[in-house]
Ligand binder design. Structure first.
Ligand SMILES: [Zn+2]
Length: 257
């Protein structure tokens, strides 16, 4: 954490993507180190989650994993838990949505019982077979008070076949979120960014790339919109050059001040 402060970064995503076995003591030590250094923490839950699986056992395990991750987040003082909501699993879209809502209600009830107060952030996903279009996640965020989507621009870009080209493409996405969630909930929105390569077919994410590699989307255009509108997002860099690109992004943002 002192390292992050020293190089000038003020937010970090703790990745619990393969294992969620961190204990309370270690988690809270990490949390204190973060707050002492002015670093805001978010957490990314395990990849093995499918809330709209057609198998009950998978849904139950997914619910447990999210609740467990939320508990760890609360130990750490992380305010937001990002996770991939799952797959359509052969279900029609409306049924997948209904299954997601039931499972998330279950997660929130369990969190309530344990007095875990963490924002749930299902993430816009990058592959066509994954639940999690922008529209679907806006719907979840307006259905539940404690749910606020994680907006991953690389995934939206890849899923729509490289759709984010101009400033207006960013504006359309952000306007849609603001219109539905209200400007108050737009503050401290968690945003993921990286350049991304799409699959051979052109639809869906293949690989994340460093900033400036030319794959798109273009961070500069996003930064312009953010600064102009005065948004105060928590921006998490997901490029393979984590700290370097996070710093680059910060420099680009401040250059528009
Ligand atoms: Zn992401």
């Amino acid at each position: 954490m002192p390292y992050l402060k020293e190089i000038g970064l003020d937010a970090m995503e703790y990745q619990a993507v393969r294992s969620i076995r961190i204990g309370r003591k270690v988690a809270s030590e990490l949390g204190s180190a973060a707050s002492e250094n002015g670093v805001l923490l978010t957490i990314h839950g395990p990849y093995a989650i499918n809330l709209s699986s057609n198998k009950k056992l998978v849904r139950r395990q997914s619910i447990q994993r999210i609740v467990k991750s939320a508990e760890i987040a609360s130990w750490m003082g992380a305010f937001h838990l990002t996770f991939h909501p799952g797959y359509y699993s052969g279900l029609p879209r409306d049924l997948a949505m209904q299954t997601q809502k039931e499972a998330l209600k279950n997660v929130l009830d369990k969190m309530g019982e344990r007095k875990i107060n963490v924002e749930l952030g299902p993430e816009t996903t990058g592959k066509p077979n994954q639940f999690g279009t922008l529209e679907e996640l806006i719907e979840l965020s307006t259905t539940f008070e404690k749910i606020r989507l994680t907006l991953d621009f690389a995934h939206i870009h890849a899923r729509l076949g490289g759709a984010i080209k101009n400033r207006s493409d960013y504006e359309k996405i952000l306007d849609a979120v603001e219109r539905s969630l209200g400007s108050e909930r737009m503050r401290s929105l968690v945003v993921h960014f990286s350049e991304v390569e799409t699959t051979m077919k052109g639809i869906g994410e293949r690989r994340h790339h460093p900033l400036g590699s030319g794959y798109g989307p273009d961070f500069k255009k996003l930064a312009e919109v953010i600064m102009e509108k005065g948004y105060s997002f928590i921006i998490i860099c997901e490029s393979p050059m984590l700290e370097l690109d996070a710093l680059k992004m910060k420099r680009i943002l401040t250059s528009f001040k």
